[in-house]
Design a protein around this ligand. Structure first.
Ligand code: FE2
Length: 283
């Protein structure tokens, strides 16, 4: 599955690019399902805007609950730029959704099929996950012209384990280009410190600073332009971000965040599971 060179790339650079990991048919099935979920979204019941920005007040509480409950459900979040100043959508609903999250891989049969199987299990083992646990799935639409930026971060900060184990499986559902907001990574940056951690206490969440090492500048980062069907697998410590989509084409992507059961999953992580909804691996 991985050549010795690819294994070395994963270890040295913190990421490996695997073109053609998913077939056009698998991508189309997933995309159709994502579009159907977005189209069925109850727009009037929840106009929550997905944002990592701090917000306060009753509306913020509602947004926070919607977000927290999404940990173990299938929910849609809007692009921040989806609405005009009067709260009216500037484009059709189907082109206004930022992402679907965060438990489709367990709750939706189509997403479950895409997210499990021997091929992924084999890759997980190669990249060092002894007992994989898939905590989160996200389908990211990165809509034409309004698809927002995702700031520099390390996924470890959201799925903290001791020792670090989170590994990200990032599937390009569309071609990802500079114009439509491909991800950028800092090769080798996974060997640096963890800068921030996102923790939850009851209904409260906060991002705390752990290390003031600056985020990479664009001259030490590289864009990961890939064709649809490519899997980018990366170490959770790898700094990465994606630019806004300034093009007229969507950039759909699907991600799984996976930790190793042999490591201790922090009780402060925002996604937790109960006994009646246990976290599972790739099989
Ligand atoms: Fe990320």
């Amino acid at each position: 599955m991985l050549t010795a060179e690819q294994k070395n790339q994963f270890e040295d650079n913190g990421f490996v690019v695997l073109p053609g990991f998913k077939s056009p048919g698998e991508l189309l099935t997933l995309k159709n399902r994502a579009n159907a979920i977005a189209a069925a979204h109850d727009f009037d019941a929840s106009k929550e805007v997905f944002s990592t920005s701090a917000q306060r007040g009753p509306q913020a509480d509602r947004v926070q609950d919607y977000f927290l409950e999404s940990a173990n459900e299938v929910r849609c979040f809007f692009e921040e730029k989806a609405f005009d100043i009067n709260g009216v959508l500037k484009q059709p609903l189907a082109q206004s959704i930022n992402k679907i999250g965060h438990a489709m891989h367990d709750l939706d049969p189509v997403f479950s099929d895409f997210s499990h199987g021997g091929k992924l299990a084999e890759l997980a083992e190669i990249v060092g996950l002894q007992e994989p646990q898939i905590w989160q799935s996200m389908y990211i639409f990165k809509q034409p012209r309004i698809g927002g930026q995702v700031d520099w971060h390390q996924d470890t900060g959201f799925f903290y384990t001791t020792p670090q184990s989170v590994t990200t499986f990032w599937f390009a559902v569309d071609d990802a280009t500079l114009e439509n907001g491909c991800i950028w990574v800092e090769p080798g940056g996974h060997k640096g410190p963890l800068r921030q951690k996102f923790i939850r206490s009851g209904r409260q969440t906060k991002l705390i600073d752990l290390d003031d090492t600056p985020w990479p500048e664009t001259d030490s980062a590289v864009p990961v332009e890939v064709k649809a069907g490519t899997l980018v697998c990366f170490n959770g410590m790898l700094p990465h971000y994606s630019a806004p989509n300034t093009s007229g084409k969507a950039r759909h992507a699907y991600t799984l965040h996976v930790t190793d059961e042999v490591c201790v999953y922090a009780p402060q992580n925002w996604i937790q599971r109960s006994k009646d909804f246990p976290v599972r691996g790739f099989i």
